[in-house]
Design a protein. Sequence first.
Length: 224
Amino acid sequence: MAQPLMPHATASWLVDNTSLTFEQIADFCGLHVLEVQAIADDTAATKLTGRDPVRAHEVTQDEIDKGQVNPDYRLKMTKGPDQVRRTKGPRYTPVSKRQDKPDGIAWIIRNHPEISDGAISNLIGTTRTTIAAIRDRTHWNIGNITPKDPVTLGLTTQRELDAAVSKAAKSAGTEPQPTDTRLDGDRAALIEQLRAEREQASRDAELAGNEGEARPLFDDPFRR
């Protein structure tokens, strides 16, 4: 099934700008419902800038309206993102994104150490010298480098990253780890628990505020 070009950023926009359920957003963006819950609660590792899928022509406003009316409705994409075929040669990166390259490289090194420097170079469009400096922590700006998903940064596509991970695992003779599905059956209960805790915290805060208003600011020494 086709998914938005930037699923996490799209989910962030849908959470902030629509009344779609977490399940609807997760289904449309190809995410786990708990990831959407984390985005809604601002507990994700990085605060994402929302991406409007309507302006990106990935879904129509009419589809969103149908989903807001019917929680069981599943949104249909207008079209999948265009996959650009790369030719051989260095990847061109816009000037505005070049400062993000070290963050993307650090993320790959931390999360996928099996990927070779050559593969990282092809993904990000950088030099092996830069990659080695980040890997060895001798990069001149190492103190300011924060690992960030290169797909979210727009430095590569999810398909290319997945292909590089798969190729590296095959070369190393290791099989990809099976997806942990233990939470699938309990995800509704977990979401309900999170919502209940959030509502209880809101009620406790409101009760505390009411008690504060009812309590006199000072005692009247003449009142008996």
